[in-house]
Design a protein around this ligand. Structure first.
Ligand SMILES: Cc1cc2nc3c(=O)[nH]c(=O)nc-3n(C[C@H](O)[C@H](O)[C@H](O)COP(=O)(O)OP(=O)(O)OC[C@H]3O[C@@H](n4cnc5c(N)ncnc54)[C@H](O)[C@@H]3O)c2cc1C
Length: 508
């Protein structure tokens, strides 16, 4: 049975591995000259700049996703860094009881609890409640749910899911709590301000941070030394060892459909490649509305297209620097207020700056040097994408000018930085869009809405179309690597079930 897979991101490589394990003959078509998609890094004069992997859900055995990654990657060979502090947030208007202005988001829950109660004793009840939520998340048993596709289970096994009802009811109860509503319950001005700034000033479900923090406490969200390149490299090797074929520089133009069945793909070069099954692990919008010409839609899909149900996640303007310094006294991830608000050419206004100091991974820079990056998230990626398309000179000028302003702000913050910079690299939303095809340069598919645990409206099969499946980070709001592998594994199980192949996991 021949399978064409569009896209060699984490989802495409994962589904390729699972299907090869089960006797399918797969070929991955990737438009770029390398694999990884958003989960990538690039090298400039001895420095490696990292993009899509700051933390991996499932880095440790305590987290159920570890079992999934272990099916495809030799997890024992990967060294993970588990940061003691997830993020340091410098607040502007208030001070903690010691006169300090930096909030430390510790990954150890006991430490976080003690720290918050020490700086805000008047909020002890709320703080303990918050920590209890995370402890409760830790207490639920999740593994069987990770490995099964509910739709494939016989009714009597589905009945077994009743034991997860308390978890669902619990999540349902807390899903509406946002960082703003929680901050509203706090009395301490410093803690209140810190929680309001948890998502860089946005009001989002608190579960976005409490869920990973619950797993960070159990050492389940580490950063793999070697970053994206090392991690994805292992995935690609596994796929090739299983007998899969990867074809790079192959931009898929159309999914060929005959009598409402996908029968293959047509590349932009004009080449036709027939297959029994087609899987898109690429961008949701271009797959449905360009490769399939919008022929297989329903009301929900059209509402998604118009962003009426979900909004597209942010893209990012990222300035990376190769610096001749170790930054040993600096936190790895910090957010701090700017003296003057900064307005991007795309009109997004920034009151704060976010710095990632990657000195914990020696593979990213020569000895004594560090790769650092500054990320500016934007919902107006269309500005950069359109400008690059219509007026490259203006695009280039805006990009360079904004990057220089960011570098100047960084130099004010980090004394001596100006003289230490050896390499400058700038990626705009147009860069992310061009390299991966993701709509609006989105870095994680859809933005999770207020109803974060609602069932995803994005389905892997399309109405009226046979022989076609969609996977990847657009299938569940919030995206990320866990969604990429889970959607790939689930779909491989669905395909095996359809062709009466017992789903199995094998070594090479
Ligand atoms: C700066 C940044 C930081 C991040 N940090 C984290 C993190 O810490 N943890 C985490 O879990 N996630 C993180 N993410 C998100 C994560 O990297 C992505 O959600 C994930 O990599 C998506 O994988 P995917 O395979 O679904 O899609 P993609 O990576 O988008 O892969 C799609 C692939 O399809 C290819 N393609 C598209 N169109 C075509 C076509 N027509 N023909 C052929 N090929 C095509 C693309 O080139 C691409 O290779 C981050 C992302 C960014 C950008």
């Amino acid at each position: 049975m021949k399978v064409n897979i569009i896209g060699a991101g984490v989802a495409g490589l994962s589904v390729g591995c699972y299907l090869q394990m089960n006797g399918f003959e797969t070929t991955i078509f990737e438009k770029h000259d390398t694999c990884g998609g958003l989960c990538t890094s690039w090298q400039r004069n001895g420095f490696t700049f990292e993009s899509g992997l700051q933390w991996l859900l499932g880095s440790g055995k305590s987290n159920p996703f570890f079992q999934l990654w272990s099916e495809l990657i030799n997890m024992d060979s990967v060294r993970f860094v588990h940061h003691e502090i997830r993020m340091e947030i410098e607040v502007k208007s208030s001070r903690d009881i010691h006169g300090g202005n930096v909030f430390h988001l510790y990954t150890n829950l006991a430490r976080l609890e003690n720290y918050m109660i020490t700086i805000a004793p008047e909020d002890e009840i709320q703080i303990r409640k918050l920590i209890r939520v995370m402890r409760k998340i830790q207490s639920y048993e999740i593994p069987p749910m990770i490995k099964t596709v509910p739709g494939l289970l016989p009714w009597y096994k589905k009945m077994g899911y009743i034991r997860y009802l308390p978890l669902l009811m619990f999540l349902n109860r807390i899903k509406h709590e946002t960082n703003f509503t929680f901050a509203g319950k706090l009395k301490n001005p410093f803690l209140k301000e810190a929680f309001k700034l948890l998502f860089d000033g946005d009001d989002l479900p608190l579960l976005i941070i409490t869920m990973p923090l619950a797993f960070s406490d159990l050492k389940g969200t580490g950063y793999p030394i070697g970053g994206s390149a090392g991690f994805v490299g292992q995935l690609e090797q596994k796929y090739l060892a299983l007998g899969g074929t990867a074809r790079y520089r192959c931009d898929v133009d159309k999914i060929v459909v005959v009598n409402d069945r996908a029968t293959g793909i047509k590349l932009k070069s004009g080449e036709n490649i027939p297959a029994d099954i087609t899987i898109s692990a690429a961008d949701w919008h271009s797959t449905l509305f360009s490769a399939l010409d919008g022929n297989y839609v329903n009301k929900t899909i059209l509402q998604l297209k118009e962003q009426q149900i979900l909004k597209v996640y942010y893209s990012v303007f990222m300035v990376s620097l190769g610096v001749n310094a170790t930054f040993s006294d600096q936190p790895h991830f910090q957010r701090f207020p700017l003296d003057q608000p900064l307005v991007s050419p795309d009109e997004t206004r920034y009151e704060r700056m976010e710095a990632h100091i990657n000195n914990y991974d020696p593979t990213l820079a020569p000895d004594g040097k560090t790769a650092i990056s500054f990320s500016f998230y934007t919902k107006n990626a269309a500005f950069w994408i359109n400008l690059r398309r219509t007026d490259y000179a203006a695009y280039h000028k805006n990009k360079e000018r904004f990057a220089q302003i960011i570098i100047d702000c960084a130099c004010q913050r980090f004394k001596g930085l100006k003289e230490q910079i050896e390499v400058v690299d700038v990626a705009t939303p147009a860069t992310f869009h061009r390299y991966t095809g993701n709509r609006n340069g989105s870095v994680q598919g859809w933005l999770p809405g207020k109803n974060i645990i609602a069932q995803s409206p994005v389905k892997s099969e399309l109405p009226g179309l046979k022989g076609f499946y969609f996977i990847g980070h657009w299938t569940i709001p919030g995206g990320g690597l866990p969604v990429a592998i889970k959607s790939a594994r689930d779909t491989a199980q669905v395909i095996c079930n359809r062709y009466k192949v017992p789903f199995k996991i094998t070594a090479d």
